[in-house]
Design a binder for this molecule. Structure first.
Ligand SMILES: N[C@@H](CCC(=O)N[C@@H](CS)C(=O)NCC(=O)O)C(=O)O
Length: 200
């Protein structure tokens, strides 16, 4: 399994997922400064020229949430996904897609000081709605699906963590406490050395 990675990128989240699962992999560092993500051989693997990328059995997987969900299903004994028949699967998918489809674009626009002119047609609505949904979806205790830590906490929790570290959100006490629990996980700590300087 090959993991295309850069230590100051979203690939830290997939690296954390690999560490949670204790999966052996080849770590291939993509150096943005020398434009390695624009090299034709990398663009052939991911035409977006972005990391993370996971290659497993010659199959390419891109997008943080897709990689984490794939890995959770690939190593079911580690129980980082609810079983396929479990009713929790509904909530699981909801969080996985909410992170990339809704939180990410809303935050990207907000930090650039841009407001979408038509929140009703923008899939993410607006920042107020997104923050209200984050507050409602953040668990008071434990993890997003309850007692079981899952890939959702890596994806959704990881995004809240980096959003706080880069001052993109003003976290409520509930969100801050959840992120504190995230930051205490040994696999998180092992994979977020560069971020710990930022987040403290
Ligand atoms: N939607 C993608 C976003 C990936 C992404 O934006 N990666 C950034 C680093 S955090 C990147 O590779 N940027 C290099 C570029 O766009 O040139 C995902 O979830 O994986």
């Amino acid at each position: 399994m090959k993991h295309y990675y850069n230590p100051m990128s979203r690939a830290v989240t997939t690296d954390w997922m690999l560490k949670e699962l204790d999966v052996q992999h080849e770590q291939i560092i993509i150096d943005f400064d020398s434009g390695e993500n624009d090299f034709p051989e990398f663009r052939k693997i991911n035409p977006m020229g972005k990391v993370p990328v996971l290659v497993d059995n010659e199959k390419v997987i891109t997008e943080v949430a897709a990689i984490c969900a794939y890995l959770a299903d690939r190593f079911p004994a580690k129980r980082l996904a609810p079983e396929i028949e479990s009713p929790d699967r509904a909530t699981y998918y909801r969080y996985l897609f909410f992170a990339g489809n809704t939180i990410e674009p809303a935050l990207s626009l907000a930090v650039s000081g841009i407001e979408h002119p038509e929140p009703r047609s923008a899939g993410w609505g607006d920042m107020l709605r997104v923050l209200t949904a984050i507050e409602a979806m953040t668990p008071e205790t434990g993890w997003a699906l309850g007692k079981q830590f899952t890939a959702v906490d890596v994806v959704f929790g990881g995004l809240l963590d980096s959003s706080m570290a880069f001052n993109m959100i003003d976290a409520s006490p509930k969100v801050a406490n959840y992120v504190t629990r995230i930051r205490q996980r040994p696999a998180y700590r092992e994979t977020h050395a560069a971020f710990q300087d930022i987040s403290g």
